[in-house]
Write a protein that binds this ligand. Structure first.
Ligand code: BDP
Length: 604
């Protein structure tokens, strides 16, 4: 799926700005054929939750409505016009001038619809009904319930099966783009690198709709100079003296595809891509032939007022803070991030583990590992979850969206699912098969595993290329006891390494809640001292394990969650506050990470 851009044959209208907004109290039906009966406005893109003083809006579970008006300039009316949502969280029904034009379920992937047949000559009214409800058929997973009072009024309740606030709304850009009637539908770029000869073959597959006499593909280097040319829907282009896309040293080429008819340009699109080689071999994760060491974070799209909404200044700041610490990577925990963030990571050389919104695939939490040890341990997860269809859909959508990104080096199919429970393998095998079939660049795949899934209990390790562990020794297990934590960390990593000698192992989460400004002479949990000591303890063990290939701590910044007795205004495991002020651990981690090279830290 192409990102909407302006080219010589395409143009772009941005519908960002103030939209009318109302929550649906489900007292009177709302008719999308009429203007929305409200004067309340809200800013798009952003979550709606934190934009008003109303608690009712912030905590609303159910439906909300958005409305905006736009006009299309006459010269564009003969073009194919496509309305495109970067996302609509979590389910959307879209109406243009009162007519339903599309529906999409899944809150973190883009969708689009051709609007020419519904346009008025003058004003156009765009109405969107959204649901923020989640249940056991959706991703993320929610525990949903409802009750009806004596007046027939429905109260909907949602208990999130995950540890982040259920922000919703039109959280990413909404745009209209034009293409000619005959157009380039999709471009897939697959670079094959010959490292020994510093050369590459770049296969550019183009899908078109309509008729073209000729399709020309030109590769441009970063300075905009043409470096190779070919033609056809499948074009193989050879490059000598290749500039590799390297972690923290990005280099982006452009594949410019132009469709001609009668020697005239009909449509043209330019796709940025990087040339790099990803392999998993002998317990190492290789980028461009060298063992790569992940230094970085699990993150959230989470900021004041914007909520989960697109906040580009903060995206820029976050990557800058990461780079200043010597970090080189993050995981899009726990849902696909905005396309704009992915494009920024391509440019900045930030390595990304791209995660689906499959979080909450777990029936109950339990840190008593002994009950899990039997081979046929089974909790209710794989009987109660009906998420397979949503999971397949989102794998298709994330691949379609992100397949060409240089920054994406691995897919995370799920976060902390009950992979220790019977039934998990039957659930996940088809999903891993699908991901591997669909990814044209054949990237490694993983899931991040919860502590109850260990070398003995996890039933799905055979499915992953990299063992990705979320671990909280010293925090949720043995809180405050860093000695015991060190031993548990070491024992488990060595057990994984012995049992799966070919698979690299990394931490995709480890951390301790820390209240900024809280200090302790006794290194108590929640103090900044404890957070630093916790990271020192873990780092020591990481450096002892040859197949340990990366540390992505939890979390980059404090973030908002649902209410809970373990959460005081959210999760405080950030090494930065929600406002991006550093806690003490930042200095320690910076000192460590600037000394660890991205490539060649662990040996093949
Ligand atoms: C893990 C989850 C993550 C949580 C974290 C925590 O993957 O979403 O925020 O633990 O408890 O279970 O801080």
């Amino acid at each position: 799926m192409l990102y909407p851009i302006t080219t010589a044959s395409r143009t772009l209208l941005d519908l960002s700005g103030l939209w009318k907004f109302m929550i649906d109290r489900e007292v009177q039906p709302i008719d999308p054929k009429q203007p929305l009966p409200t004067e309340t406005v809200i800013s798009v893109p952003a979550s709606f939750n934190d934009q008003t003083a109303s608690q009712e809006i912030r905590e609303h579970v159910g439906y909300v409505w958005y409305e905006t008006n736009f006009r299309i300039a006459n010269p564009l009316r003969d073009q194919r016009l496509v309305l495109r949502f970067g996302s609509a969280t979590h389910e959307a029904w879209v109406y243009l001038n009162g007519q339903k034009i599309t529906h999409h379920k899944g809150g973190f992937t883009p969708f689009e619809v051709v609007i020419n047949d519904y346009l008025n000559d003058d004003n156009n009214r765009l109405t969107v009904k959204l649901s923020n409800m989640l249940d056991k058929t959706t991703l993320p997973v929610g525990n949903y319930s409802e009750s009806t009072d004596e007046n027939g009024h429905i109260t909907r309740r949602l208990d999130e099966n995950f540890d982040f606030f259920n922000y919703a709304g039109l959280q990413r850009p909404v745009k209209i783009y034009s293409t000619p009637q005959d157009y380039i539908q999709d471009i897939t770029v697959v670079p094959e690198v010959d490292l020994a000869h510093s050369s590459a073959t770049v296969r550019v597959n183009t899908q078109v709709a309509g008729h073209f006499d000729q399709l020309k593909v030109t590769l441009l280097d970063q300075a905009g100079q043409s470096v190779a040319e070919a033609s056809g829907t499948t074009a193989d282009l050879t490059l000598a003296n290749v500039h590799l896309w390297q972690p923290l040293h990005a280099y982006l080429y452009t594949a410019k595809v132009t469709g001609f008819r009668n020697n005239e340009i009909v449509d043209t699109y330019s796709e940025l891509f990087g040339i790099r080689k990803i392999e998993v071999k002998a317990g190492q994760f290789l980028i461009n032939g060298q063992p790569f060491y992940f230094k970085g974070f699990g993150k959230h799209e989470d900021t004041y007022v914007h909520g989960r909404g697109f906040n580009e200044p903060v995206n820029v700041l976050d990557l800058s803070l990461m780079k200043s610490m010597g970090a080189n990577s993050f995981r899009t925990s726990h849902y696909p991030y905005s396309e704009e963030m992915m494009r920024l990571c391509d440019r900045e050389g930030i390595v990304v583990i791209d995660e689906t919104p499959a979080v909450g695939l777990i029936d109950s939490f339990n840190f008593d590992l002994s009950v899990l040890e039997s081979d046929d341990f089974e909790d209710g997860t794989w009987k109660t979850m009906k998420t397979a269809a949503a999971h397949q859909q989102v794998i298709r959508e994330i691949m379609a969206r992100d397949k060409n990104h240089a920054c994406v080096v691995m897919w995370s199919i799920a976060n902390e699912a009950a992979t220790y429970s019977k039934g998990a393998h039957d659930y996940f095998k088809p999903l891993f098969d699908l991901a591997r079939k669909l990814d044209p660049q054949k990237r490694p795949c993983t899931y991040t595993s919860i502590m109850m899934a260990n070398p003995r209990t996890d039933k799905c390790v055979d499915l992953v290329d990299v063992i990705a562990l979320n671990r909280y020794y010293g925090w949720y297990v043995g809180n405050g006891d860093l000695k015991a934590a060190e031993k548990a960390t070491r024992d488990e990593l060595l057990a994984y390494q012995a049992k799966f000698p070919d698979k690299p192992i990394m931490y995709t989460e480890y951390g301790a809640d820390t209240v900024a400004g809280l200090h302790s002479n006794y290194d108590e949990p929640f103090s900044e001292e404890f957070q630093e000591d916790y990271y020192r303890m873990a780092s020591k063990v990481f450096d002892e394990v040859p197949h340990f290939v990366g540390e992505q701590l939890w979390n980059f910044a404090d973030f908002q969650t649902k209410f809970g007795i373990q959460r005081v205004q959210g999760n405080k495991k950030g090494i930065f506050t929600r406002a991006r002020e550093p806690k003490m651990a930042v200095r320690y981690l910076k000192d460590r990470w600037v000394r660890i090279p991205s490539l060649g830290y662990k040996k093949l």
